[in-house]
Design a protein around this ligand. Sequence first.
Ligand SMILES: [Zn+2]
Ligand SMILES: [Zn+2]
Length: 285
Amino acid sequence: MGKVSQSTIFTTHFMAIGYFIVMWVISLWLEIFEIIPFLFQNSNQLLAVNLVLFIYAMISVVGNYYCLVTTDTSCETNGALNEERDGVFYCQSCARNSPPRAHHCSLCDRCILGRDHHCYFAGTCIGHANARFFVVYDFFVFITSAYVVVINLIYLHQIIGPFIPLSFEAICKIVPLLTVFKLWSGSVTLFHFLVIVVTWLGIMHVLGCSVCFFFQMSLIFSGQTTYEWQHNIFIYDQGWRKNFLGICGSMWYLWWLFPVFQMQKLASKEEDNFTQYNSEISKYI
Ligand SMILES: [Zn+2]
Ligand SMILES: [Zn+2]
């Protein structure tokens, strides 16, 4: 990989992370203060259930994102092999030996344990230490986006539609480029234009995150990274159950249910499991 300039890396990360933050804030505001109260104005119970579940899912998104970004995926904290050993990869950039399955990331400028890929939206690599947060993050972005798309379409159907039966006029209001014209001509307000944009972006998130989630989960179950999948390497496969627990930990159901503050502490408790996992891998060299 050629040398990428620091300013290009910074700009790309800034745009991707900024996109995540702006979308999260706009979606939260739009659904909590405008769309959910409008759609469920006739039933306090339905209003409360929808608000609570949506806020829970949005906290899960940001909690997993926080853990994803702040978890150290490099080899430095995980006992890198500094002594000379046959068959161990020596990284020229880090000027040290790297553990098995580690790969150097030129964007992070260090070796990542169990490196899968560099995620621009997180501004860091997805590796062994944070893969668990990545899949749960994907899952909740998928869930919240699907929910947003459905209720936004119901809202738009009632406000600027109807979409059933679908008329040419209604299509013109929700097809992005035509919507700009409708906004300019005054038949769609700026607020409804924002709802339409968020809905289309939501559809993209649903498609992107579902593909990403199922692919990453299949890698976790098969005990592979993307690199190993591309090169048909199965030597680290210990059976789907062990593979899954090796990445997600024995208390995986807690990560999925309560993704916020205690996750970092629980992650450090899993350290023994993690070291064990490393030494098991080492046998294969
Ligand atoms: Zn390196
Ligand atoms: Zn990286």
